[in-house]
Design a protein around this ligand. Structure first.
Ligand code: GLC
Length: 548
């Protein structure tokens, strides 16, 4: 399998990818049917989000059995076939390990509820009075993070939904269980893993109220996190595979340790600071325009410091929890095509491993829902109520969901202009935007200048130009209000990458005369008096001899 630095990863959310049996839900056979499409894209790995047995309160991030396939998605034979068929096409599978918590329907939790102390120690149960949760911590999905179990007279911790009970990683038996699950899937031929909110697994020794926050400072990048990751990696032999940790509210310093090969923890990390630049005062449910200078400041700092200290970033705009990037940072109407390609260039040529979330390569947009009944996501539904309890009107709350809901990314993959976007024969579990009439695989395959073809070029370029995976990075124009520009250098060559994040026309400094254009989202390039001119949302990449 390909080295993780030269690879591109494609994320599949199976529920919304392709429905092979006409029940309105995507499934594993649907993924198998589309493997040729993924091979054509040119990616090396598929990160498949959870398909394990689950009540689906959080669409599979509430796992009730880590070794069994939810019948809604298929069977174990389907998983095995998927691994084999992907491998035939040179694609490795990465599975999603949700190890911070289990579903409360998991057998361990059920036995804990029945009073078995062994299994109560698998979770975080605290004795207490029904009206006094052990701490004031807030769940990431809203409300207090503790749930009371009257017959046990105990509270249990859930940093997410109350049906997602946090595991007790201090208990060595829990750590052994997790390792066994990894070995189980590794033996089946899985080539890598994504670890869900893995920097939240190490909880503090003392349980106390957070007087100025929601509790995250006590458990984020917690006291034993590095030990636990080292142990997990060493004891399961996954150091040679591709691994990525989802790091919630993490720090650069910790991400360097998680991803520096010498530490033998993970190949790389997802961090989210650059995706909070449109949160007002850091608050997801308050809108503000994206702060572009801040975005560049964060991305460049992470890039430079990871480079200096030998860390490695997963680079991305989209996943199943984020709104669609073309709607968020681009212009999904007038400059839909240009801005989608510009955003792709901006992220793919950074130093790190790029991740593409299904449909991003088509320029899929946010969901144009106008009624709360169209939303499905537990977080969105909870916050719709919470925002109104806190004084927002129903229409303000709907506006915010339109920008922030995780359902924006969960609408079905748009395969064609056929009914249900070619995703299913049946009405899908969640509504499809009307723009599937022109934003779809079939149409974009035919159009030479489509977003889809541009992604294909970018993925191929990474294989052709070692400079993209191995080169060093430096930034310029960091204080420019519209331009995101950087330079990659290896041996005696540099790539100069320019991205115009606005609808303005920008004139920049003169460029070296020996430049060669290797990529762009306009058919030609334009100079004014020897100066580079960037048109609305233009991206352009030149190769030049290294300047130093
Ligand atoms: C991660 C997942 C998200 C899930 C949460 C709890 O953030 O990406 O979808 O809801 O963890 O498992």
């Amino acid at each position: 399998m390909a080295d993780y630095k030269t690879s591109t990863v494609y994320q599949i959310y199976p529920k919304s990818f392709c429905d092979s049996n006409g029940d309105g839900l995507g499934d594993l056979r649907g993924v198998i049917q589309k493997l040729d499409y993924i091979r054509e894209l040119g990616v090396d790995y598929i990160w498949l989000t959870p398909f394990f047995v689950s009540p689906q309160n959080d669409n599979g991030y509430d796992v009730a059995d880590y070794r069994a396939v939810d019948p809604r998605y298929g069977t174990m034979t389907d998983v095995e076939n998927l691994i084999v068929e992907a491998e035939k096409r040179g694609i490795g599978l990465m599975f999603d390990m949700v190890f911070n918590h289990t579903s409360t329907e998991h057998e361990w939790f059920q036995r804990a509820l029945r009073g078995e102390s062994k299994y109560q120690d698998y979770y975080i149960f605290k004795e207490g009075k029904p009206d006094m949760p052990p701490t004031n911590w807030v769940s990431k999905f809203g409300g207090n993070a503790w749930e009371y179990v009257p017959h046990l007279k105990k509270w249990y911790l859930h940093l997410f939904d109350k049906t997602q009970a946090d595991l007790n990683w201090e208990n060595p038996q829990v750590r052994e269980e997790m390792k066994d699950i990894i070995r189980f899937w590794k033996q089946k031929g899985v080539k890598g893993f994504r670890f869900d909110v893995v920097n939240l697994i190490s909880k503090p020794a003392v349980w106390e109220d957070d007087l100025d926050g929601d509790g995250r400072k006590f458990y984020t990048d917690g006291p034993h996190i590095h030990e636990y990751l080292k142990e997990l990696t060493a004891d399961t032999g996954i150091a040679e595979l591709i691994t990525v940790g989802e790091m919630s509210s993490t720090s650069l310093e910790n991400c360097i340790r998680y991803s520096n090969p010498a530490e033998k923890e993970l190949s790389m990390t997802f961090s989210f600071h650059h995706l909070k630049v449109d949160y007002k005062n850091g608050e997801k449910w308050e809108l503000q325009n994206a702060d572009f200078l801040k975005l560049k400041e964060i991305l460049s700092r992470w890039q430079l410091e990871m480079q200096a200290a030998g860390g490695w970033n997963a680079v991305f705009w989209c996943n199943h929890d984020q709104p669609r990037v073309v709607s968020r940072f681009g212009d999904d109407e007038k400059y839909w095509k240009q801005s989608a390609k510009m955003l792709a260039t901006s992220i793919h040529l950074l130093r790190g491993t790029p991740y593409i979330y299904q449909g991003e390569e088509l320029g899929m947009t946010n969901a144009p829902y106008t009624d709360i009944s169209q939303y499905r996501d537990v977080e969105s539904l909870n916050y719709y109520a919470i925002m109104q309890e806190n004084g927002k009107s129903a229409s303000e709350a709907m506006n915010i969901l339109h920008e922030r809901s995780r359902d924006n990314s969960r609408t079905p993959m748009q395969w064609s202009a056929a009914p249900n976007a070619g995703f299913s024969e049946h009405t899908p579990w969640i509504e499809i935007p009307a723009n599937s009439s022109y934003i779809n695989v079939e149409t974009e395959r035919r159009e030479e200048d489509s977003i889809l073809n541009y992604y294909q070029k970018l993925i191929a370029l990474r294989k052709q130009e070692r400079i993209i995976s191995e080169g060093s990075i430096s930034f310029s124009h960091l204080d420019h209000p519209d331009v995101f520009a950087y330079q990659r250098t290896l041996d005696r060559q540099s790539l100069l990458v320019f991205n115009n994040w606005s609808a303005n026309t920008i004139v920049l400094d003169p460029l070296p005369s020996d430049r060669e254009k290797i990529l762009g989202n306009y058919p030609d390039d334009r100079q004014t008096d020897g100066k580079l001119t960037l048109r609305p949302y233009e991206s352009i990449v030149y190769r030049v001899s290294a300047m130093n």
